[in-house]
Design a protein around this ligand. Sequence first.
Ligand code: SF4
Length: 63
Amino acid sequence: MHIQIQADRCEGHGLCADTAPEVYALDDDAMVVLRHDPLPETLRAKAEAGARVCPVAALRVVG
Ligand code: SF4
């Protein structure tokens, strides 16, 4: 399982990292980064919850 990031959409709101800090973080430029790649199955629900709250739909869980 992977997470596709549309980096050009990310506005650094951080809602993904607030919702699922086990999966998402922000780098020094306030750009989303992944804590795991590939993502373990045990974090699927968290990954999807974080993707859902992104206000610009920059995150997609695939696989
Ligand atoms: S919620 Fe969306 S816009 Fe905000 S940091 Fe995460 S990916 Fe970027």
